[in-house]
Design a protein around this ligand. Sequence first.
Ligand code: DON
Length: 574
Amino acid sequence: MLRSIRIATLALFALACALGQAAAQTAQPLFAPRPVVAQHGMIAGPERHATMIGLEILKNGGNAVDAAVAVAFALAVTQPDAGNLGGGGFMLVYLADRNETIAIDYRETAPAAINRASFLDARGDPDPEKSRNSALAVGVPATVAGLALALEKYGSGKFTLAQLIAPAIALSKNGIPIEADVAETLPRAAERLARWPASAKIFLNPDGTPLRRGELLVQTDLAATLELIAREGPRAFYEGSIAEKIVHSVRAANGVITLDDLKNYRAVVRAPVRGTYRGFDIVSMPPPASGGVHIIEILNMLEAYPLRSLGAYTTETLHFMIEAMKLAYADRAVFLGDPDFVTVPVERLISKAYAAERRAIIDPARAKPATEIRAGDAPLPEGKHTAHFSIVDQYGNAVANTYTLNFNYGLGMVVDGAGFLLNNELDDFAAKPGAVNAFGLLGAEANAPAPGKRPLSSMSPTIVFKDGKPFLVTGSPGGSRIITIVLQVILNVIEHGMPLADAVAAPRIHHQWLPDEVAIEEGIPLAVLRALEARGHKLVQRPVTGAAHSILVTPNGLIGAADERRLGALAAGH
Ligand code: DON
């Protein structure tokens, strides 16, 4: 009797697996995948003007870094919700002639006057008003320093900074008609922007309504700022009249940035984090980004499961992914922070041995409640928008760049007279141990605010290598979800063998340990969702969003895929 029940159960299990696998074929992409193929160079990015500006640089013999600098300055004009001068980010660069990958950290820093109490209320509780909506939230803007450093150290030498900024100047001066993407994001940010007259002047009509699709966005102050940077270099931003304008605007709004904070800002070159997955090398951004560490940690945990034969959208595969995500995000909350201030046990967290210990916690049949999950044992060794773009050039160099103002349009505050928006990045600190940021991410001591410290980030520009050569260039916006978005693009390509555009368009899932729920995009077969619920997973149907504009390097050429979750995204090549 028992035996026949077991056989029946096994048969049912086999049937369920078969159904799951069949269902995998029917997962619906969120948009029609439209790959772009080219032989020499490729850019996949969030906005068409910027992509085409970068492409011109590539066609004229520029390298991927030259193009990245031009694209990033252009996005500061054409996609003001995320492209920026007033924020910061990370750039991962593969240099073909040196066969080396370097990571440029241009994350914003906390001004010297920021301390542990800065984002607390009178009772000592976290005060999101301060960390998200006040000028206290503004980190020292880092983008201009980062882009200038990238060009100086790794540009081809064929283009000056001024030449690469010129297209952005023209666009800001002449104006560009508002397109679908900005037309969609502006109304949602209108209230935040209306708080600051310098912002309202640019983005809102005199009656207070946001500029509509087709109306001209002219940014003359921004053009003057860009012209000054083009003429005098980044020092004009950090020590000259632009610095003065930043300090004036921020302090008038009770913020604490000083001229010294700006003068002392430095972008830094760091060694990337490295892992392997089924023979591919995964190279990504190190702390103060958390994505690289945790993408590698999750891949290490997953490597032991036969995901490919289980199938992409089966209950088993999604279950293992969700459980591994929870374990990694529990570690993130405790161990990750700015490596210049705290010791982050990176080597341990990305080791195969550590993944084996963490994997042992995973129950193959049941979802483990988040309350039963803790950060692992990684003792310290002795002693709401973001923009990502990917570029590959004709010389074999590659750039993955993600930069941000944190929220869409950052704090919403334009620097008076300088025409660019400031970030509210300091909300990425843990206002106090155990506090969550706007993305629900929990933080501890390692990510406490401190003068000059960089808040922990989820941004994860990543390059996957095959036989020592760049194979997949990727990254995404999406706040806390960035890490799992990039993870899924990588798994879809190298584990499930999906064509790049399908891998990007495929529906995504996300779990970040707390809250204890799995966000599920539309398109995943219902039977699989029901089976996950039966295992104890709490599912919530909501877009995981992101915009993982990616490039695949194949023997037949470069394949670009824009992620059309972001309206107006474009991949183009030559
Ligand atoms: O650095 C981080 O992790 C966040 N400030 C990124 C914010 C973001 O991606 C918002 N976009 N959707």
